[in-house]
Write a protein that binds this ligand. Structure first.
Ligand code: NAI
Ligand code: MG
Length: 337
């Protein structure tokens, strides 16, 4: 009855936060049977390959992975490992929730789920230079694309997420007034899919720049946001900033056959190996992972323990405190007992 899952500790702060997270999951009685695998610099050191076949095969087998941050080697022509994984497993949806975990601040009681399209848009762009006279880079060009099928699939995913989680509204974010084809299609499919959910989930739409302003002035009007790849990348960092920054921002990459859970932050080389990184972003990613496998009970127990520990005042350095990575794990483990 254990669920096989791939664990990639990752680079930089990855191994230390992964240790803390696995310890907490053990204390929680989470049902995962971990298959440890390498990727990133750790894999380069081991085999010369930043994304070994063995790691890909493990994820193909388990369909479920918890991944630490990876340092993409600079130079050497390596393609981003994260992008490769998204494409390899067709992880079309990037789920980024933002919830106020430390009450009493300027952005109290925020509870927003952002769903970002993960495979298309400008991030799948064909980029080109055009020379003029002696300047080989006189003109830079980028051609993005969105397919109708993918627009429909990601919007439907957002509505289904809303239905399953008792959420009331989905906001489709676009720039259909300017990018009439690229994001006009997204809005068109958004309106179409919304009709299937009439009476159950409300739909509205916002132009991305206005949405960015509203997210700062009045974030409480948002429930679920669904948007294209580039806009989703930017707005998800914005909502992470509303609730405490990178150390508190979890994420999930979801496909039909596999899902990879990871914190939004990177490998933080500036604090790696010091035992001071905030493990909460990765831990909150496992909350999403528990929900994904249907263990809502454990997800809720975990959330409650995290909330209590923060309410008791425990803070890592990124939140202005002095607690270390292991202190956070220990405090949560104590709550779980
Ligand atoms: P970063 O997120 O690693 O660090 C930015 C700042 O936030 C640093 O000051 C860092 O100390 C701090 N920070 C990040 N996570 C933290 C945590 N859990 N607790 C406390 N402080 C934290 O971004 P940066 O520096 O741009 O990238 C470093 C490396 O990570 C690069 O090689 C980049 O490619 C990679 N990266 C990997 C990602 C992934 O695997 N999902 C995502 C983003 C970056
Ligand atoms: Mg980003």
């Amino acid at each position: 009855d254990k669920i096989p899952a791939t664990l990639i500790p990752g680079d930089g702060i990855g191994p230390e936060i992964a240790d803390a997270v696995v310890a907490v999951l053990d204390g929680l009685g989470a049902p995962f049977a971990w298959e440890n695998q390498l990727a990133g610099m750790a894999a380069v050191a081991d085999s010369g390959d930043p994304l070994p076949l063995q790691t890909i095969e493990s994820i193909r087998r388990t369909g479920l992975a918890l991944k630490g941050p990876l340092t993409t080697p600079v130079g050497g022509g390596f393609k981003s490992i994260n992008v490769t994984l998204r494409q390899e497993f067709e992880l079309f949806a990037n789920l980024r929730p933002a919830r106020t975990l430390i009450p009493g601040g300027r952005f109290d009681r925020i509870d927003i789920v952002l769903v970002r399209e993960n495979l298309e848009g400008f991030y799948a762009a064909m980029e080109n230079w055009l020379p003029i006279n002696h300047d080989p880079k006189a003109v830079a060009m980028s051609t993005g694309f969105n397919t109708r099928a993918e627009c429909a699939r990601i919007v439907r995913y957002a509505f289904e997420h809303a239905v399953k989680n008792g959420r009331k509204r989905v906001t489709v974010v676009h720039k259909a007034n300017i990018l009439k084809a690229l994001t006009g299609l997204f809005l068109e499919e958004g309106r179409k899919v919304a009709k299937e959910y009439e009476g159950r989930v409300e739909m509205n739409d916002r132009i991305v720049d206005a949405c960015a302003m509203q997210l700062v002035l009045d974030p409480w009007q948002y429930d679920v946001i669904v948007t294209t790849n580039l806009f989703g990348d930017i707005l998800s960092d914005l909502i992470a900033g509303l609730v405490g920054g990178l150390g508190m921002a979890p994420g999930a990459n979801i496909g039909e056959n596999a899902a990879i859970f990871e914190a939004v932050h990177g490998s933080a080389p500036d604090i790696a190996g010091k035992g001071v990184a905030n493990p909460l972003a990765m831990l909150l990613s496992t909350e999403l992972m528990l929900r994904h496998v249907g263990r809502i009970d454990l997800a809720e127990r975990l959330t409650k323990a995290i909330d209590t520990v923060l309410a008791n005042g425990l803070r890592t350095r990124d939140l202005g405190g002095t607690a270390g990575t292991r202190d956070v794990a220990d405090a949560i483990l104590q709550q779980l007992r």
